[in-house]
Design a protein around this ligand. Structure first.
Ligand SMILES: Cc1ncc(COP(=O)(O)O)c(C=O)c1O
Length: 409
């Protein structure tokens, strides 16, 4: 029988509508612009590889060796013991004593986040997360039928979180506190005072912290110690991966470590139970984790130096654009500038206008939970300084026209 076009489309679950991830959702519009013959410069996603950065050779060798040796079967659901040991030893070296049996190897930080939230949060519960936030946290929280409660970070104070405001948002439904340091999407690196305050709140309210440390080695003034190193008995789950600081985002090789407090024992068991259901994270890639954490890391110095140059260039060039302000990023590869929007315009109008006029693809601040009328947008500054310079020339011209014409998309 030929397919019928009159029958109604298959309905999808309601929860899908709340699951938004602007960083990729916006690509559909970029593809339309590309189809008209315009060159699109993708500054929407934090992937160093398309910009010419290379995965360290010893990690590529480790994965290649594993595949050729036919290590292509399922791994244990919590991960290869050697990889778990290497993660535990790395945390321990960074003053967060960790046992390998509290480590779970995941498909990137992303799967760790999903496993942890699934283990901790019931429908109707609340999860505290910063705004602007990395949108996977809001998306997964929505999927679980829980509520994201956003605590503000302040662009007037280097995008540091307002910990007093955060404290006032804790209720009896709060089940977890998300901390992202160094931060995506702002490039902020938190002070020790703030980190200690977050730990105090967690301690006082018995609230587990989900500590996203995927940019920990990409702070320009030196690596950020794991949050748990300030108090190894804190209720902390730490997440990271090979994606950013080891330049292998496509491998989906990540890990989570649950703090040593016995109060977290049920959480370890719950996560392990959930991890069983997806069998294992990608097998051969796990063979790169021990070489990454115990071997040569000289690429990180070169990468951080390259990022610092780009961060400085970005801040200088964006602050020179009339009507735009940008806080200097201290780590990762993101800046979150603000443009003074004309009345009635939204951040998305600006970003879509920029895309259609110049082919430059950024992500609007409301995709990270900020009010659409505030005019924030995120720039990924992984391109070469020369290319970034061209991009900021185009952005300056467009912004000038946009603000003069008071344009809507
Ligand atoms: C703050 C943050 N957490 C998690 C992730 C996901 O990383 P992974 O590739 O390890 O899943 C990203 C990716 O951009 C991120 O910026």
């Amino acid at each position: 029988m030929p397919p019928t076009t009159t029958a109604p489309a298959v309905a999808v679950a309601d929860r899908v509508s709340a699951f938004t991830y602007a960083i990729r959702n916006i690509v559909a519009e970029a593809k339309r612009v590309e189809a008209t013959g315009t060159r699109v410069r993708y500054l929407n996603i934090g992937d160093p590889i398309p910009f010419g950065f290379r995965t360290p050779a010893h990690l590529v060798d480790a994965v290649g060796r594993a595949v050729r040796a036919n290590d292509n079967g399922y791994a244990p659901s919590s991960g290869l013991w050697r990889a778990r040991e290497a993660v535990a030893a790395d945390f321990t070296r960074r003053h967060l004593p960790t046992d390998a049996d509290r480590v779970i190897i995941t498909n990137g930080t992303s799967e760790g986040i999903e496993l942890a939230l699934t283990a901790l949060v019931n429908a109707g519960d609340e999860v505290l997360m910063p705004v602007p936030t990395y949108p996977l946290y809001t998306a997964v929280t929505a999927k679980l039928g829980a509520r994201a409660v956003l605590y503000p970070a302040d662009p007037e104070h280097d995008w540091l979180p307002d910990v007093e405001a955060l404290g006032r948002l804790i209720t009896r439904r709060t089940r977890a506190l998300v901390v992202i340091d160094p931060n995506n999407p702002t490039g902020a690196v938190y002070s020790d005072r703030i980190r200690r305050h977050l730990l105090d709140l967690s301690d006082h309210h018995g609230l587990p912290i989900l500590s996203d440390e995927v940019y920990g080695d990409l702070a320009y003034d030196g690596p950020v110690a794991p949050l748990g190193s300030l108090n190894p008995d804190a209720l902390i789950l730490s997440f990271s991966s090979l994606s950013k600081a080891y330049l292998a985002p496509g491998w989906r090789a990540g890990w989570l470590a649950v703090g040593r407090s016995p109060r977290l024992d049920p959480v370890v068991a719950a996560i392990q139970k959930l991890a069983d259901g997806r069998l294992c994270s990608s097998g051969p890639m796990q063979y790169a984790i021990a070489p990454a954490l115990t071997g040569d890391r000289s690429h990180q110095e070169a990468f951080c130096a390259a990022l610092r140059v780009r961060a400085e260039l970005t801040t200088r060039r964006l602050n020179a654009i009339s009507g735009m302000r940008c806080v200097q990023p201290r780590g990762a590869f993101y800046a979150m500038p603000r443009v003074e929007l004309p009345p009635g315009a939204s951040d998305e109008d600006f970003v879509l206008g920029l895309l259609r006029d110049t082919g430059i693809l950024c992500v609007h601040g409301s995709g990270f939970g900020l009010p659409r009328e505030d005019g924030f947008f995120r720039v990924v500054y992984l391109a070469s300084p020369e290319e970034l310079s061209t991009i900021y020339d185009l952005m300056a011209d467009f912004t000038d026209r946009f603000l003069r014409e008071g344009r809507r998309a």
